[in-house]
Design a binder for this molecule. Structure first.
Ligand code: GSH
Length: 200
């Protein structure tokens, strides 16, 4: 299998963390697909999206969308990415859903921020900033329940918060969120987090 990624992509970071945390390094080869904007980028030959992450399976299917890829890797790993017990599994999916929507809110706000001032929508930026703040608060409220062993939802939270550090330092998500801050610092000591953190 081949996992197409680009260096600082927060979305691609999630399957990259998964293959490290859940011992899939010998099953999945990582391929750096940058620069994504190149007209002849290989991703466009595999499907219409042209985005990372993308997973080329051993049967030749090309999977796009982070959550689809993580679901596939969970199967490949024999169910190691998420808890087996239904209550814990449901909770992990709840957390991962919030991590995903946080990442999306951060991603589109970052793009909006980079547009010419005359093209920006202050309303859009404020709405997405508010959504992100609610996600940070939700995690601060739930982090006591992020118990060992590490699962994919935990890694997705780390990826989203790491992306906030890179693209939205002004959010200062650590302020008044001491439990989330301490948990994040501990998680960053794990190889899956440390080896994939964005460089900026
Ligand atoms: N919904 C997608 C989003 C993936 C995404 O937006 N990836 C960005 C990099 S972080 C990308 O490939 N951008 C290239 C482009 O927009 O052409 C997912 O969950 O995987």
């Amino acid at each position: 299998m081949k996992l197409y990624y680009s260096g600082n992509s927060p979305y691609a970071r999630r399957p990259r963390m998964a293959i490290r945390q859940f011992d899939l390094m010998d099953r999945v080869e990582e391929v750096d697909a940058a620069p994504l904007a190149a007209p002849d980028n290989v991703l466009k030959s595999y499907g219409p999206g042209g985005k990372v992450p993308g997973l080329l399976t051993d049967s030749g299917a090309f999977l796009c969308e982070t959550l689809v890829i993580l679901n596939y890797l969970d199967e490949v790993s024999g169910g190691r990415l998420y808890p087996a017990a239904s209550e814990q599994r449901d909770f992990a999916f709840q957390i991962e859903g919030v991590a995903s929507l946080l990442m999306e809110a951060l991603y589109y706000r970052a793009h909006e921020n980079r547009r010419e001032a005359s093209e920006q929508s202050p309303g859009f930026i404020a709405n997405e900033a508010g959504r992100a703040a609610r996600c940070y608060d939700a995690f601060e409220g739930l982090v006591d329940q992020f118990v060992e062993p590490v699962n994919m939802a935990h890694l997705s939270v780390v990826a989203s918060l790491g992306y906030a550090d890179w693209r939205h330092p002004g959010d200062e998500w650590r302020t008044n969120r001491p439990k989330l801050t301490a948990w994040f610092d501990t998680m960053m000591q794990q190889p899956a987090s440390a080896e994939t953190k964005p460089i900026f």
